[in-house]
Design a protein around this ligand. Structure first.
Ligand code: SD4
Length: 291
């Protein structure tokens, strides 16, 4: 395959369509990743990423995002950033314009402003209403954590370069300052041109316990197909956690090797994702729980 893009959840479809047009016209994998994430971040109907993302316990939309370049393993990430529409683009600037990999909170916001990103109000009438309703349910003792879908993307471009990225508003009603797997290298994302890439979605607290994406990429390096690597990475951490935990959180990943072969796996009943390449048009695919 000369190029390929895989991304978590059907809500990535429009972004993947846009990115497909770019990548085939001499675009690069980093641009493709950014384009997919930006499309989801700007979509108010997606309540787990960017604008219209569900807020933390204090009613603030706090975002995590990351991008990684498989050519030289450079990384840019932001965590707990508020008031900006496109954390993926800020993460890319962290990668390209600073000597650092990760900026958090106020420092990330100051950096974004310095880079010329405009402030945006991310909460919507719809998400404020959901937050108000859930807060009162939690006061009655119900569990706060449910519903959380990160956009995670892995791309291979016609030059053979790979990139990956993530963007999320994290867990609904998370503590202020809580950071999930999505901006943590090796947990929520990893890519290396010499092997492949992976991106995760689900319960960050559990995903990060397995360094799940790094593990999947290393399995591909050892010769596992992306499908087998995705399945083994999910199976391994799920099994290990299930030894001591009654309920293991959702863990789903998408994987791609450096030839454009791909796979996905989940410990949920099912998990949907989007794939496109020079050989197949963008479409939604589904896997069921790994055994
Ligand atoms: C997190 N992994 O912050 C993210 C949330 C999410 O699908 O994916 N979900 O834990």
């Amino acid at each position: 395959m000369s190029w390929a893009i895989i991304a978590t959840w059907p809500f990535a479809l429009k972004g993947v369509e846009k990115a497909s047009d770019i990548i085939k016209e001499s675009g690069n994998a980093l641009d493709a990743v950014e384009v997919v994430a930006k499309a989801v971040e700007a979509d108010p109907d997606v309540d787990s990423v960017g604008f219209g993302g569900l807020p933390n316990i204090a009613g603030e939309v706090e975002l995590d995002a990351a991008i990684m370049d498989g050519k030289d393993l450079s990384i840019g990430a932001v965590a707990g950033i508020k008031g900006f529409m496109h954390p993926i683009s800020i993460a890319r600037k962290v990668m390209e314009k600073t000597p650092h990999n990760v900026l958090i909170g106020r420092g990330a916001e100051e950096f974004a402003a310095r880079m010329g990103f405009k402030n945006a109000v991310l909460i919507t009438d719809k998400t404020r209403k959901i937050w108000e309703e859930r807060i009162s349910e939690i006061e009655k003792g119900q569990s706060p954590y449910e519903g959380h879908d990160t956009v995670g993307i892995v791309a291979l471009d016609p030059k053979g370069d790979m990139a990956c990225g993530t963007s999320t508003s994290g867990l609904f009603l998370k503590y202020r300052g809580r950071v999930g797997d999505s901006p943590l290298v090796g947990s929520g994302f990893y890519v290396d041109n010499t092997a492949g890439g992976a991106a995760a979605t689900g319960m960050g607290e559990d995903i990060m316990k397995g360094c799940t994406c790094f593990y999947a990429v290393e399995l591909m390096r050892q010769g596992y197909s992306p499908k087998d690597a995705a399945e083994e990475a999910v199976r391994r951490i799920h099994k290990r956690l299930a030894e001591t935990k009654e309920h293991v959180g959702d863990i789903s990943i998408v994987c791609m090797d450096n030839k454009g072969n791909w796979g996905a796996a989940t410990n949920r009943p099912e998990f949907e994702f989007v794939f496109a390449s020079d050989e197949v048009a963008p479409a939604v695919y589904k896997v069921t729980r790994v055994s």
